[in-house]
Design a protein around this ligand. Structure first.
Ligand code: FEO
Ligand code: CA
Ligand code: CA
Ligand code: CA
Length: 584
């Protein structure tokens, strides 16, 4: 059995691992850069200079840094035209700033804030079948860390969301650390705020962090060299303790309305959101699957109260404000790598989410979703990254990227997280009871356990049977199905090509057949990058892939490959030389 009944094998040969500083593809495929960090968006935007010297104001008119998750929005009635929404996750300060150091001034912080969030672009397909970015399109837009936004849903106006700048708790500013994303059936983009706490710190080194702050890994000294709190008091938790509660949400954006205000949908809970995989239940409710990417954190799903109405777009616009949030508990015998699971409702007054247990109301449950998940007994996972739903059978797949803390206090090895000091990761899969995405029970198994059968023959670290010396990889992260049911896997792992990772080369993209379990390597990225972000044109003759932070190790000049030009994150578009369907 294979992916497409008529074509039971992949249409390309497994690609060898490599350390080459480019995009390597199977024979018959080509890539072209679509857009790179710093590329001017508007007719009057500054041309990219390549040396990090742009100001914050110039960056606001240029493509953002560190592109990550993205979606392709077909143009109604024109198959050669589309919008793309592309996340810009965080900053590589060694390249973003001319001095190559972490921010040293408010001007540096403002530039960083201008470089993150989301970029909306228009793309067009030419007569030769090549998709190209349209500079000057009125739809091109930067959605950045200081843009006025709105809260909606049950936590809107909650006391924990109120700040001096917004005493009503309804109008947050900006989005950042936008990891991956989702696309709604009503044509909007969901951007997911992941490591938001990295942007916060405290000017008071003696401040006592609250249990809620600790649970979200807020650090007094800040993280990832952002240093925003030293120059922009909004990010100083000793002065504005609630500001950190205004991030960590799923934010909905209408790419077709450049004037629209993004809306933070609080009903989907606050945590370090990876992506939002959207499907509909058997009776038409919208279901959103979401991972919380931190060691030992949970998998969630949201089920809308109201039904999706294809014929009534306006009625769908606020579907994500009413519904139930659930968290997953996975059962199973250790060593079995399969079992049953349960979705536990996170609603105030249910499952011990009560005043006696420290929850004040439903908004509080959503703002402190992690604490609520612990209260109800959710299963601590090996860093849930992307989730994808099969268009063929509705099975749901989730990358568990790695977890070096597995096997330590509070995170014992279990059936779904089977290895202590898990450096390779695994992909979990589940089937909802009755095939209904709104079900409260499911059956799960592990689709692949990554490993290195050469470095660790005969042990759990060799990986599962579908991993071999030719296709091995580590730290699965990006994950998406194409319409034919091929499962595409992207990696954000150790690219040393040595030791535990010998033979794996640079970060990469693989393609799996969910039925046979076979996995083939399809793409290898340039040095020091993560491959993250995947979108297909509807005809599947163009595949958009994100190359994030090439050269973070100083070893890349991708994509310009010219002296004096810094490496830069880039979205590439991949085609077959013969114009055929990607992967087929
Ligand atoms: Fe931004 Fe968990 O990756
Ligand atoms: Ca990721
Ligand atoms: Ca990752
Ligand atoms: Ca990343």
């Amino acid at each position: 059995a294979g992916i497409a009944e008529a074509n039971s094998t992949f249409g390309f040969a497994n690609l060898a691992a490599t350390r080459a500083d480019t995009i390597t593809l199977p024979a018959g495929y080509r890539f072209d850069p679509l857009i790179s960090w710093g590329q001017p968006l508007h007719d009057d935007s500054a041309a990219y200079r390549g040396d990090g010297s742009h100001s914050a104001a110039e960056q606001l008119g240029q493509f953002g840094e560190n592109n990550d998750g993205m979606s392709f929005f077909p143009w109604p009635g024109d198959s050669d035209r589309a919008l793309m929404a592309i996340n810009n996750e965080y900053c590589n300060y060694q390249y973003l700033l001319q001095h190559g150091k972490p921010p040293q001034s408010l001007a540096d912080v403002r530039k960083a804030q201008a470089a993150v969030g989301v970029t909306i672009i228009e793309v067009r397909c030419d007569a030769a079948g090549a998709w190209q970015f349209v500079q000057g399109s009125p739809y091109n837009r930067r959605i950045h860390a200081n843009l006025p936004m709105e809260f909606a849903g049950p936590a809107r106006g909650h006391d924990l969301l109120k700040t001096a700048a917004d005493p009503a708790g309804i109008a947050p500013h900006g989005t950042f650390q936008n990891c991956s994303s989702g696309m709604t059936p009503w044509g909007t983009y969901l951007t997911c705020e992941e490591n938001f706490t990295d942007c916060f710190g405290s000017s008071d080194a003696t401040l006592a962090l609250t249990p809620a702050q600790k649970r979200y890994s807020v650090k007094l000294e800040g993280a990832s060299d952002n240093r925003w709190h030293l120059y922009d008091e909004r990010f100083d938790i000793s002065r504005h303790p609630n500001e950190v509660n205004r991030h960590g949400w799923v934010t909905e954006i209408d790419p077709f309305d450049p004037q629209s205000r993004p809306i933070k949908r609080t009903a989907l809970g606050r945590f370090k959101h990876e992506n939002a995989a959207i499907t509909t239940s058997r009776d038409g409710h919208v279901v959103v699957y979401m991972g919380d990417d931190e060691r030992g954190e949970f998998i969630y799903k949201f089920v809308s109260r109201d039904r999706f109405k294809a014929e009534d777009p306006a009625a769908n616009r606020h579907l994500l404000d009413h519904g139930d949030l659930y968290v997953a508990r996975l059962g199973g015998q250790e060593g079995e790598q399969r079992g049953s699971g349960q979705w536990l409702k996170l609603a105030f007054g249910h499952n011990g989410l009560t005043r006696e247990n420290g929850f004040s109301d439903h908004g509080d449950v959503l703002i402190r979703a992690r604490a609520a998940g612990s209260q109800v007994g959710a299963t601590r996972m090996d860093r849930p990254e992307w989730i994808a739903v099969s268009p063929k059978d509705g099975q749901v797949y989730c990358t568990l990227t790695n977890n070096v803390q597995r096997g330590t206090e509070g995170q014992p090895v279990d059936a779904a997280n089977p290895r202590a000091n898990n450096v390779y990761g695994q992909i979990l899969r589940w089937r909802e009871a009755g095939g209904d995405a709104a079900a409260e029970r499911f059956e799960w198994d592990l689709f692949v356990v990554a490993g290195n059968p050469q470095a660790h023959p005969g042990s759990a670290n060799a990986g599962s049977a579908n991993v071999n010396a030719d296709n091995m990889f580590n730290s699965p992260d990006g994950l998406a199905f194409d319409k034919d049911g091929r499962l595409w896997i992207q990696t954000d792992g150790n690219y040393s090509d040595a030791g535990d990772f010998a033979g794996m080369g640079n970060n990469q993209m693989l393609c799996a057949d969910p039925l046979s379990g076979e996995i083939r390597r399809f793409l290898v990225g340039p040095r020091g990058c993560e491959i993250t972000g995947v979108a297909f044109a509807p005809d599947q003759r163009a595949l958009f892939v994100g190359v994030q932070h090439p050269g973070e190790d100083g070893q890349s000049s991708f994509p310009d490959h010219r002296d004096g030009m810094r490496p830069r994150s880039t979205v590439v578009v991949i085609r077959r030389e013969d114009g055929g369907v990607i992967g087929a």
